[in-house]
Design a protein around this ligand. Structure first.
Ligand code: SAM
Length: 245
């Protein structure tokens, strides 16, 4: 996959894209990342990319000219999508991350100030995506979140493909809890079933825990998937017993 990021703060991407999983994905050639500086397309000597809003009001708005020119300067591959990050966009999800991970090219466009001139969005945005119901200062952190969620789904990026299989949201459920050594920590013992070596019982326990957590913490999610709700209702999945000494 080719990932293009359009921003006025190119250096913000230095560290997140040079560490751990994304770093390895780049080294393996699974993903190529290009950062495009909108200011390079500014026309005046001060490299202005924003201006005051028509109609008055606080703040500045990203001018359409430099942004549209910057986005249009990016070569397109055959399956390519231009995505503008915006609080008013479609809520981002694992399902959308999966859709994006199947593309040849994802172009993420970061807004700043009060946002982007609406006409620019009409020209450059195939989709508008929000990462949640809160307002950040710019689209760079949302773009990093989207990029990370997408890149880890590309085959060959994570060590082994089963790593994402049971993760939260993959099957409409939150993931079950995890435990590692020591067996007893501050008097709390790892659930007995995980020490049993009985893989079918372990699978059952993990599934029932995933159902319980989803219903407890995300009833909205459970509501979207008929089976988990019924499973939880019928089985009344119990809370795990953590034995203490
Ligand atoms: N005035 C805008 C509003 O009320 O919707 C907020 C603009 S915000 C300060 C500046 C930029 O940050 C936006 O153009 C967008 O690119 C990005 N941004 C902020 N919050 C976001 C979110 N929750 N999801 C995606 N992008 C966001």
């Amino acid at each position: 996959m080719r990932l293009d990021l359009v921003t006025i703060f190119p250096r913000m991407f230095d560290s997140p894209f040079s560490e751990t999983i994304i770093k390895r994905a780049r080294e393996k050639g699974v993903v190529e990342i290009f950062i495009h500086d909108i200011r390079a397309f500014a026309k005046d000597k001060h490299k202005m990319v924003d201006d005051t809003p028509y109609g008055g009001g606080a703040g500045m708005v990203m001018m359409p000219g430099p942004l549209v020119e910057c986005v249009e300067s990016i070569d397109r591959l055959s399956s390519s999508l231009r995505v503008v990050l915006a609080p008013s966009g479609e809520p981002f999800s694992e399902a959308i991350a999966r859709e994006f991970a199947a593309l040849d090219q994802l172009i993420l466009i970061c807004g700043r100030y009060e946002g982007i001139d609406e006409r620019a969005k009409e020209i450059i945005a195939d989709r508008e995506i929000s990462i949640g119901d809160y307002v950040l200062s710019g689209g760079e952190i949302p773009a990093m979140a989207v990029a990370d969620a997408v890149i880890r789904l590309i085959p060959g990026v994570l060590g082994n493909n089963t790593s994402v299989e049971h993760e939260s949201f993959e099957n409409g459920l939150l993931e079950h809890p995890h435990y590692t050594r020591p067996e007893i920590f501050r008097g709390m013992k790892v659930p007995e079933v995980l020490l049993s070596g009985n893989h079918s019982e372990i699978d059952k326990w993990r599934h029932s825990e995933a159902l319980r957590l989803t219903l407890e913490r995300r009833p909205d999610m459970a509501g979207r998937f008929a089976d988990p709700v019924n499973d939880v209702k019928n089985k009344k999945c119990p809370k795990p017993k953590i034995e203490t000494k």
